[in-house]
Design a protein around this ligand. Structure first.
Ligand code: IPD
Ligand code: CA
Length: 266
């Protein structure tokens, strides 16, 4: 049903690959950690133009979109939530760990998501209630207990002053209680990794809607629990904390007294 969207995600991924060695100009947005390249803009423009042809009534909430518009208004009705390149710093550094992310929401609820990692030719997709797929093959999250889990944590790099302390506090606890820690630099890939059992728990204290909307539905359709770090349903109208974890690791996170000491930042 959403094949046309998947073709566009793959085309966008091709544009990322073509950028190798000629990324062009890079600009700082809100801080030295928050950057945008010509390709972020080019891909966002491409997706907006082509998706508008397929869904003329849809609105757009995108990382490189008009930040002055009210997200609640955009999300009324049908809207695409887009990250043209999640993991822009990885993209600039040729770390080959970035993804295109497209979610379709209706009345503020995500009903479909697709994410494409061009470096691995991996297309993750999910439609609400119909399971999650990697290149058309069903995927499920793991059933690993916390002591054998691989955990990944995002560092909320655009708000270091506020979130550095709780982020590294949580990393330390997860490091001590899990098998080991990873920091991939793309929240989309972090959440997809939980979806397909490559890792077991991911959290970050603040993410924007385009960082988690598509990967979030893919992970929940794969059997993971995805919510804010207080256990509330994810919202897409601002920046909130996000956890995506297997049921066992999620249960650990919500009950662990050491982690919950940081809950005022959740
Ligand atoms: C960022 C990445 C990163 C996360 C940041 C995000 P961007 O997205 O997902 O892993 O830590 O919070 O903003 O800027 O590369 O699209
Ligand atoms: Ca992003």
């Amino acid at each position: 049903m959403y094949k046309n969207i998947e073709i566009l995600a793959k085309n966008a991924g091709e544009m990322m690959l073509e950028a190798f060695g000629r990324i062009g100009s890079i600009h700082e947005k809100t801080s030295n950690s928050d950057i945008v390249t010509e390709y972020d803009i080019k891909i966002q423009d491409y997706l907006t133009k082509e998706l508008s042809k397929l869904y003329p009534d849809a609105d757009f909430l995108g990382e490189e979109g008009d930040s002055k518009r009210d997200p609640d208004e955009i999300l009324r009705g049908r809207a695409f939530i887009i990250d043209p390149i999640d993991g822009t710093t990885n993209f600039v550094r040729n770390l080959r760990t970035s993804a295109v992310s497209i979610a379709l929401a209706e009345n503020g609820e995500v009903i479909y998501g697709c994410c494409y990692i061009p470096y691995n030719d991996e297309l993750f997709t999910a439609e609400k209630g119909k399971g999650a797929f990697l290149n058309g093959i069903p995927v499920k999250c793991s059933d690993t207990p916390i002591e054998h889990s691989l955990a990944s944590v995002g560092t909320t790099p655009y708000n270091k002053e506020v979130y550095s302390e709780p982020t590294f506090g949580i990393i330390r606890i997860l490091f001590e209680k899990s098998m080991d820690i990873r920091r991939f630099g793309s929240a989309v890939i972090d959440i997809l990794n939980v979806a397909c059992g490559r890792s077991d728990i991911f959290c970050e204290l603040r993410l924007s809607p385009w960082d988690h909307a598509a990967a979030g539905i893919i992970a929940s359709e794969a059997g993971a629990i995805v919510s804010d770090m207080n256990g509330n349903k994810l919202r897409f109208n601002g920046r909130y904390s996000v956890i995506a974890a297997t049921p066992r690791c999620y249960d650990f996170f919500m009950k662990d007294a050491d982690i919950q000491k940081y809950s005022k930042w959740f």
